[in-house]
Design a protein around this ligand. Sequence first.
Ligand code: DAH
Length: 352
Amino acid sequence: MLEQIQQLEDSALAELAQVNDAPALEAWRVSYLGSKGKLKGAMAGLKDVPKADKPAVGQRMNSAKQSLETAFEEAKSRLASGGASPKGGVQIDVTEPALPMPMGKSHIITRVRNELCDVFGRMGFDVAAGDEVEDDEHNFVKLNIPNNHPAREPIDNFYVHEPGVDSVDAHFEAGGRPRMLRSQTSTVQIRVMEDAVAKGWGPPLKIVAPGRVYRPDTVDATHSFMFHQIEGLYIDRKVTMRDLKTTLFQFAKMYFGPDAKIRLRPSFFPFTEPSAEFDMKIRLNPAKPASWVELGGCGMVDPAVFESVGIDPEEWTGFAFGFGIERIAMGRYGIPDIRLLYEGDIRFLSQI
Ligand code: DAH
């Protein structure tokens, strides 16, 4: 009798595993658990079991009934959740196309900055960095920008209200110089040269320094109160203007392609002598023809700058440059308005 019950249970469970829809499940229930079902039929046989075996057989029948009822409930919820897996659980169609998942990417300025470091890196430049809050010494004095120079006017810079003074104005009136948000990455030239001299690892020096700079300019299509520059500095024995020109021409061809049109125009910066402005023919506005755009300044490091950091100008010469990264990005990608770079509008950002 026990064996019979076992067989009944086994075949019931095997059949249930094949059940794939509600009508089949109901048919299975009627066939095994129904009032005229096989389990009831087996129970009727209990009366013929010898008295001594009755408790054991009765118990076994109950456990079989329980097992079939549990299996039935499980099969019911499996079918209700849409699954048809013989082992239960939800069945997933792995061939079904997935929902589109938009991919994020670095901001265009970050990417251009990295690309520029990469291009100059291939020409042997290391990457250096400096702080965005700087002092007067590094933003002006050691760059040979004298005290009365118009670039130092409080109105033309973001000076910091230092702790312990009443205001930025009071700080100036007391003859002091508050720190400032750097107005140019040329500060990093001074930092790197000072560091190299103090620690004895240069010159020679060959670095680029990308970073943010701040000027209280009125915002329009080509100006912002914060933008990015990349500074370059190369110091060695017998570096000449020819090295500077070659480096910049190579850079332009590598980054903008072999047809890049560039020119150097004589100019003036306090920290270089001679100095030049670096222009490139680019099309900022797709509706207009390409025109000359000033990407930045460059020149041979002024001996006064070398002296301010303790480098002997008789032994060492060098060139420096500083370009606007936004201008480069706008030229490279045909972006007509600098404000697009800061608004964070995903419709613009996702295009580039
Ligand atoms: N610092 C200058 C500016 O912000 C750009 C510049 C010009 C950097 C000449 C240089 C340089 O290194 O040699 O306008």
